[in-house]
Ligand binder design. Structure first.
Ligand code: ADP
Ligand code: TRP
Length: 331
């Protein structure tokens, strides 16, 4: 039983890629480990969201996590800003984080490029806040994608530096638990390799999309331009369509369209119609659960309160011990 921590920034709805790439693993991990999953709303302030959007996005992520099957009885599911202990540990870690190393962080350099008008100190210290999130529960495993590896490396640096500075063996070294090995990558509808809302919103089908919306998006998916020649390698768009069928349709359906592709008689319109219906079949139970959860404010309040309480039990113990190690002692 390891301690596991992961957070997601509240940026809107989850798409099929998020579900297969992240949520499914969270759900599996909740059976095997001691998990803390949180909604990283402090982190999202670097982009200055308006208050109504911020609250709405936090609610969306909470609802969608629950609809996907995260069980608040099994995991500690909380909102980051409900745990101000994180902010205290962040302050303490900032004293031992060097401006030079923070400036060298790839994600910071990328933000300087992409939003030069808003290079705030929160962006610079994003990695110390993320380290605080993780080590506040003294976690060993952090399920994240490849893009977070450098942040994890910095978390290890800060944890080790604290241990060395105070000559203690207090914080364990957390490692990125990469879904990388058995990587599932859901392709996009735009002919791209990956469904991603940050690259191209049109590539994505969201779990919350209505059946009409799913039909519309799938029918517009990129395929071949010319005549089908089964002897030629498939275009990326066509390959994506077959891959998606592999995830969402049954084996007979896939086989049927494979055969019609090979015989040169395939009609992509028919294939897309079928794929859309199969995706709708898959997402409908999620959408129905989401609708029920959105309407159940008292339950959401209960879940968030329960998560905050469980997270606080672990975090306040760490902060108390860290204060003592540092030399903050009561008179
Ligand atoms: P996006 O690329 O849409 O902005 P995020 O970067 O917020 O998505 O990803 C959140 C989580 O979902 C990460 O753990 C990431 O690895 C996973 N994920 C995102 N897109 C895909 C995809 N197409 N296939 C599999 N996993 C994905
Ligand atoms: N930085 C992560 C992202 O952009 C989100 C995050 C914040 C996180 N704190 C974390 C992930 C702690 C894992 C652990 O996706």
């Amino acid at each position: 039983m390891d301690i596991v921590v992961s957070g997601v920034r509240p940026t809107g709805n989850l798409h099929l890629g998020n579900y297969f790439g992240a949520l499914k693993s969270f759900i599996k991990m909740q059976e095997e480990h001691h998990c803390y999953f949180f909604i990283a709303d402090y982190h999202s302030l670097t982009t200055h969201p308006n208050p109504a959007d911020l609250h709405g996005n936090v609610k969306t992520v909470l609802v969608e996590f629950l609809a996907c099957g995260l069980d608040p009885e099994k995991v500690t599911l909380y909102v980051q800003s409900d745990l101000p202990e994180t902010a205290e540990l962040y302050l303490l870690l900032n004293m031992n984080a060097y401006v030079g190393e923070l400036e060298r962080c790839t994600s910071f350099k990328e933000k300087i490029r992409s939003q030069p008008q808003n290079v705030n100190a929160g962006l610079l210290t994003y990695p110390t806040l993320m380290a605080a999130d993780i080590i506040i529960h003294r976690a060993r495993m952090v399920p994240v994608g490849k893009d977070q590896e450098q942040h994890l490396e910095m978390t290890r640096t800060f944890a080790n530096r604290f241990n060395r500075l105070y000559n203690v063996d207090y914080f364990p070294e957390p490692v990125a638990f990469n879904f990388g090995e058995n990587l599932i990558k859901i392709p996009g509808l735009d002919g791209g390799l990956k469904m991603s809302k940050s690259d191209n919103e049109n590539s994505s089908i969201f779990l919350a999309d209505s059946p009409e919306m799913i039909r519309k998006k799938v029918m517009k998916a990129v395929t071949d331009t010319g005549a089908v020649d089964p002897a030629q390698p498939r275009s990326q768009g066509v390959k994506n369509l077959f891959d998606l069928m592999g995830y969402f349709s049954n084996a007979d359906t896939l086989e049927h369209f494979e055969n019609s592709y090979r015989s040169g008689s395939i009609r992509y319109g028919d294939m897309k119609k079928q794929l859309a219906e199969d995706i709708i079949l898959f997402t409908t139970p999620f959408r129905e659960k989401m609708e029920a959860l959105y309407a159940d404010e008292p339950y959401l309040r209960k879940v968030a309160a329960m998560g905050a309480e469980k997270a606080r039990a672990s975090a306040s113990k760490t902060v108390r011990e860290v204060r003592e190690i540092i030399g903050f002692k009561p008179f």
